[in-house]
Design a binder for this molecule. Structure first.
Ligand SMILES: Nc1ncnc2c1ncn2[C@@H]1O[C@H](COP(=O)(O)OP(=O)(O)OP(=O)(O)O)[C@@H](O)[C@H]1O
Length: 242
Protein backbone atom coordinates (compact mmCIF):
# COMPACT_ATOMS: atom_id res chain seq x y z
CA UNK A 1 0.00 0.00 0.00
CA UNK A 2 1.37 3.47 -0.87
CA UNK A 3 1.94 5.95 1.94
CA UNK A 4 0.67 8.70 -0.37
CA UNK A 5 -1.22 8.32 -3.63
CA UNK A 6 -2.49 11.08 -5.89
CA UNK A 7 -4.58 10.05 -8.88
CA UNK A 8 -6.20 12.15 -11.57
CA UNK A 9 -6.05 15.33 -9.49
CA UNK A 10 -7.11 18.58 -11.11
CA UNK A 11 -7.59 22.00 -9.60
CA UNK A 12 -8.59 25.40 -10.93
CA UNK A 13 -8.72 28.87 -9.41
CA UNK A 14 -11.59 30.52 -11.29
CA UNK A 15 -10.73 30.22 -14.97
CA UNK A 16 -7.08 29.34 -14.26
CA UNK A 17 -6.36 25.60 -14.51
CA UNK A 18 -3.52 25.13 -11.99
CA UNK A 19 -3.28 21.33 -11.73
CA UNK A 20 -4.02 18.94 -14.59
CA UNK A 21 -4.44 15.20 -14.09
CA UNK A 22 -1.72 14.73 -11.47
CA UNK A 23 -0.76 11.12 -10.71
CA UNK A 24 1.93 9.97 -8.31
CA UNK A 25 2.52 7.47 -5.58
CA UNK A 26 5.06 7.29 -2.75
CA UNK A 27 6.10 4.33 -0.63
CA UNK A 28 6.68 4.80 3.09
CA UNK A 29 10.02 6.52 3.69
CA UNK A 30 10.34 7.97 0.20
CA UNK A 31 11.09 11.63 -0.35
CA UNK A 32 9.67 13.43 -3.38
CA UNK A 33 10.89 16.85 -4.51
CA UNK A 34 8.63 19.02 -6.66
CA UNK A 35 10.56 21.36 -8.95
CA UNK A 36 9.51 23.69 -11.75
CA UNK A 37 9.08 27.31 -12.69
CA UNK A 38 7.23 29.80 -10.54
CA UNK A 39 3.50 29.35 -11.11
CA UNK A 40 3.74 25.75 -12.34
CA UNK A 41 1.53 24.54 -9.47
CA UNK A 42 4.00 23.05 -6.97
CA UNK A 43 2.70 24.78 -3.83
CA UNK A 44 -0.90 24.24 -4.84
CA UNK A 45 -0.29 20.49 -5.21
CA UNK A 46 1.41 20.41 -1.81
CA UNK A 47 -1.45 22.32 -0.20
CA UNK A 48 -3.99 19.94 -1.76
CA UNK A 49 -2.19 17.06 -0.03
CA UNK A 50 -3.23 18.28 3.40
CA UNK A 51 -6.58 19.72 2.45
CA UNK A 52 -5.55 23.40 2.60
CA UNK A 53 -6.81 23.60 -0.99
CA UNK A 54 -9.71 21.58 -2.34
CA UNK A 55 -9.24 19.44 -5.41
CA UNK A 56 -11.85 19.60 -8.20
CA UNK A 57 -11.32 16.09 -9.52
CA UNK A 58 -9.37 12.95 -8.67
CA UNK A 59 -8.38 11.27 -5.40
CA UNK A 60 -5.71 11.64 -2.75
CA UNK A 61 -5.05 8.77 -0.35
CA UNK A 62 -2.80 9.04 2.70
CA UNK A 63 -1.91 5.96 4.70
CA UNK A 64 -4.90 4.17 3.18
CA UNK A 65 -7.39 6.95 4.09
CA UNK A 66 -9.07 8.76 1.19
CA UNK A 67 -9.02 12.53 1.53
CA UNK A 68 -12.44 14.00 2.21
CA UNK A 69 -13.50 17.45 3.34
CA UNK A 70 -15.86 16.54 6.16
CA UNK A 71 -14.65 18.44 9.27
CA UNK A 72 -13.73 15.31 11.24
CA UNK A 73 -11.87 13.81 8.27
CA UNK A 74 -9.97 17.08 7.74
CA UNK A 75 -8.93 17.19 11.40
CA UNK A 76 -7.65 13.63 11.07
CA UNK A 77 -5.85 14.48 7.83
CA UNK A 78 -4.09 17.48 9.40
CA UNK A 79 -2.77 15.19 12.14
CA UNK A 80 -1.58 12.62 9.62
CA UNK A 81 0.02 15.19 7.33
CA UNK A 82 2.34 17.83 8.81
CA UNK A 83 3.28 20.90 6.81
CA UNK A 84 6.21 23.28 7.30
CA UNK A 85 6.37 26.61 5.48
CA UNK A 86 9.13 29.04 4.56
CA UNK A 87 8.02 31.31 7.43
CA UNK A 88 8.41 29.43 10.69
CA UNK A 89 5.46 31.13 12.42
CA UNK A 90 6.64 30.32 15.92
CA UNK A 91 4.90 32.25 18.70
CA UNK A 92 7.54 34.76 19.90
CA UNK A 93 6.13 35.03 23.44
CA UNK A 94 6.32 31.26 24.05
CA UNK A 95 9.45 29.21 24.68
CA UNK A 96 10.49 26.60 22.15
CA UNK A 97 9.08 23.88 24.40
CA UNK A 98 5.73 25.65 24.78
CA UNK A 99 5.50 26.25 21.03
CA UNK A 100 5.87 22.52 20.43
CA UNK A 101 3.51 21.51 23.23
CA UNK A 102 0.69 23.74 21.98
CA UNK A 103 -0.91 21.45 19.38
CA UNK A 104 -0.70 18.24 21.45
CA UNK A 105 -2.27 20.16 24.37
CA UNK A 106 -5.03 21.89 22.37
CA UNK A 107 -5.78 19.41 19.59
CA UNK A 108 -4.99 16.06 21.20
CA UNK A 109 -5.92 17.31 24.70
CA UNK A 110 -2.82 15.71 26.18
CA UNK A 111 -1.96 16.56 29.79
CA UNK A 112 1.00 18.88 30.21
CA UNK A 113 3.49 16.22 31.34
CA UNK A 114 2.78 14.01 28.32
CA UNK A 115 3.00 16.96 25.90
CA UNK A 116 6.28 18.04 27.49
CA UNK A 117 7.77 14.55 27.16
CA UNK A 118 6.75 14.50 23.51
CA UNK A 119 8.19 18.00 22.94
CA UNK A 120 11.54 16.94 24.43
CA UNK A 121 11.56 13.82 22.27
CA UNK A 122 10.95 15.66 18.97
CA UNK A 123 13.36 18.44 19.93
CA UNK A 124 16.04 15.76 20.33
CA UNK A 125 15.10 14.43 16.89
CA UNK A 126 16.01 17.79 15.32
CA UNK A 127 19.16 18.10 17.46
CA UNK A 128 17.99 20.97 19.68
CA UNK A 129 17.44 19.37 23.09
CA UNK A 130 19.20 22.21 24.88
CA UNK A 131 16.82 24.85 23.44
CA UNK A 132 13.65 23.75 25.24
CA UNK A 133 13.53 26.89 27.42
CA UNK A 134 14.86 29.33 24.82
CA UNK A 135 12.65 31.88 23.05
CA UNK A 136 12.46 31.89 19.22
CA UNK A 137 14.33 35.21 18.90
CA UNK A 138 17.30 33.63 20.69
CA UNK A 139 17.69 31.10 17.86
CA UNK A 140 19.17 31.32 14.35
CA UNK A 141 16.86 31.02 11.33
CA UNK A 142 17.99 27.43 10.76
CA UNK A 143 17.31 26.55 14.39
CA UNK A 144 13.85 28.17 14.23
CA UNK A 145 13.06 26.17 11.11
CA UNK A 146 14.12 22.97 12.91
CA UNK A 147 11.81 23.90 15.81
CA UNK A 148 9.00 24.36 13.27
CA UNK A 149 9.76 20.87 11.96
CA UNK A 150 9.74 19.51 15.54
CA UNK A 151 6.41 21.22 16.17
CA UNK A 152 4.91 19.31 13.23
CA UNK A 153 6.51 16.05 14.32
CA UNK A 154 4.90 16.38 17.76
CA UNK A 155 1.58 15.35 16.19
CA UNK A 156 3.17 12.09 14.94
CA UNK A 157 2.32 12.63 11.26
CA UNK A 158 2.66 9.86 8.68
CA UNK A 159 3.63 12.29 5.94
CA UNK A 160 5.51 15.60 6.11
CA UNK A 161 5.21 18.38 3.54
CA UNK A 162 7.83 21.13 3.20
CA UNK A 163 7.15 24.31 1.21
CA UNK A 164 10.36 26.18 0.39
CA UNK A 165 11.68 25.62 3.89
CA UNK A 166 15.21 26.78 3.16
CA UNK A 167 14.41 29.81 0.96
CA UNK A 168 14.58 32.33 3.79
CA UNK A 169 17.82 30.92 5.19
CA UNK A 170 21.39 31.97 4.62
CA UNK A 171 23.21 29.28 2.64
CA UNK A 172 25.28 28.18 5.65
CA UNK A 173 22.08 27.44 7.59
CA UNK A 174 20.51 25.39 4.80
CA UNK A 175 22.84 22.49 5.58
CA UNK A 176 21.53 21.93 9.09
CA UNK A 177 17.90 21.81 7.89
CA UNK A 178 18.97 19.40 5.17
CA UNK A 179 20.59 17.10 7.74
CA UNK A 180 17.43 17.20 9.85
CA UNK A 181 15.35 16.21 6.84
CA UNK A 182 17.76 13.44 5.85
CA UNK A 183 17.54 12.04 9.38
CA UNK A 184 13.77 12.10 9.14
CA UNK A 185 13.89 10.21 5.86
CA UNK A 186 16.15 7.63 7.45
CA UNK A 187 13.64 7.19 10.27
CA UNK A 188 11.03 6.18 7.66
CA UNK A 189 9.09 9.43 7.28
CA UNK A 190 7.38 9.93 3.92
CA UNK A 191 8.03 13.45 2.65
CA UNK A 192 7.20 15.83 -0.15
CA UNK A 193 9.10 19.06 -0.61
CA UNK A 194 8.81 22.03 -2.91
CA UNK A 195 12.14 23.65 -3.62
CA UNK A 196 13.80 26.14 -5.95
CA UNK A 197 17.23 24.84 -4.96
CA UNK A 198 18.24 22.10 -7.34
CA UNK A 199 21.27 21.14 -5.21
CA UNK A 200 18.86 20.57 -2.32
CA UNK A 201 16.53 18.38 -4.43
CA UNK A 202 19.46 16.50 -5.93
CA UNK A 203 21.14 15.73 -2.62
CA UNK A 204 18.09 14.85 -0.57
CA UNK A 205 15.20 13.52 -2.68
CA UNK A 206 14.68 9.95 -3.87
CA UNK A 207 12.24 10.97 -6.58
CA UNK A 208 11.95 14.30 -8.37
CA UNK A 209 8.89 15.54 -10.25
CA UNK A 210 9.28 18.41 -12.69
CA UNK A 211 6.04 20.38 -12.92
CA UNK A 212 5.25 22.41 -16.00
CA UNK A 213 1.99 24.19 -16.73
CA UNK A 214 0.10 22.31 -14.02
CA UNK A 215 1.24 18.86 -15.10
CA UNK A 216 3.92 16.48 -13.93
CA UNK A 217 6.03 16.76 -17.02
CA UNK A 218 8.77 14.34 -15.91
CA UNK A 219 9.13 12.20 -12.82
CA UNK A 220 12.14 9.97 -12.12
CA UNK A 221 14.68 8.96 -9.46
CA UNK A 222 16.70 12.09 -8.59
CA UNK A 223 19.96 10.95 -10.16
CA UNK A 224 18.29 10.05 -13.47
CA UNK A 225 16.17 13.18 -13.76
CA UNK A 226 19.11 15.55 -13.31
CA UNK A 227 21.60 13.50 -15.35
CA UNK A 228 19.27 12.66 -18.23
CA UNK A 229 16.39 15.12 -18.65
CA UNK A 230 14.13 13.71 -21.36
CA UNK A 231 12.28 16.83 -22.46
CA UNK A 232 13.34 20.18 -23.82
CA UNK A 233 11.27 21.95 -21.12
CA UNK A 234 13.21 20.29 -18.30
CA UNK A 235 16.55 20.88 -20.02
CA UNK A 236 15.71 24.55 -20.39
CA UNK A 237 14.51 24.80 -16.79
CA UNK A 238 17.65 23.14 -15.42
CA UNK A 239 19.95 25.37 -17.42
CA UNK A 240 18.05 28.45 -16.15
CA UNK A 241 18.75 27.41 -12.56
CA UNK A 242 22.52 27.03 -12.98
N1 LIG B 1 -5.50 31.14 -3.84
C1 LIG B 1 -5.27 31.38 -5.15
N2 LIG B 1 -6.18 32.03 -5.90
C2 LIG B 1 -5.96 32.26 -7.21
N3 LIG B 1 -4.86 31.85 -7.88
C3 LIG B 1 -3.93 31.20 -7.18
C4 LIG B 1 -4.07 30.94 -5.78
N4 LIG B 1 -2.97 30.26 -5.35
C5 LIG B 1 -2.18 30.13 -6.44
N5 LIG B 1 -2.74 30.68 -7.53
C6 LIG B 1 -2.19 30.69 -8.90
O1 LIG B 1 -1.98 29.34 -9.27
C7 LIG B 1 -0.78 29.19 -10.03
C8 LIG B 1 0.10 28.17 -9.37
O2 LIG B 1 0.58 28.71 -8.12
P1 LIG B 1 1.55 27.88 -7.17
O3 LIG B 1 1.81 28.75 -5.99
O4 LIG B 1 1.01 26.53 -6.94
O5 LIG B 1 2.84 27.77 -8.09
P2 LIG B 1 4.32 27.38 -7.66
O6 LIG B 1 4.83 26.50 -8.73
O7 LIG B 1 4.35 26.86 -6.27
O8 LIG B 1 5.02 28.81 -7.74
P3 LIG B 1 6.22 29.40 -6.82
O9 LIG B 1 7.42 28.61 -7.20
O10 LIG B 1 6.30 30.83 -7.28
O11 LIG B 1 5.80 29.26 -5.41
C9 LIG B 1 -0.18 30.58 -10.14
O12 LIG B 1 -0.57 31.13 -11.36
C10 LIG B 1 -0.81 31.33 -8.99
O13 LIG B 1 -0.89 32.71 -9.27
Amino acid sequence: MSALAVSGVSKRFGSLQVLRDINLSLEKGQMLALIGRSGSGKSTLLRCMNGLERIDAGHITIGGHALSYAPAALRRLRQDVGIVFQAYNLFPHLTVGRNIMLAPRLVLRWPSARAEARAREVLATVGLSEKFDAYPNQLSGGQQQRVAIARSLAMAPQVMLFDEVTSALDPELTGEVLITMENLARSGMTMVLVTHEMSFARSIAHIVAFMHDGRIHEIAPAKDLFARPRTEELRRFLSSTL
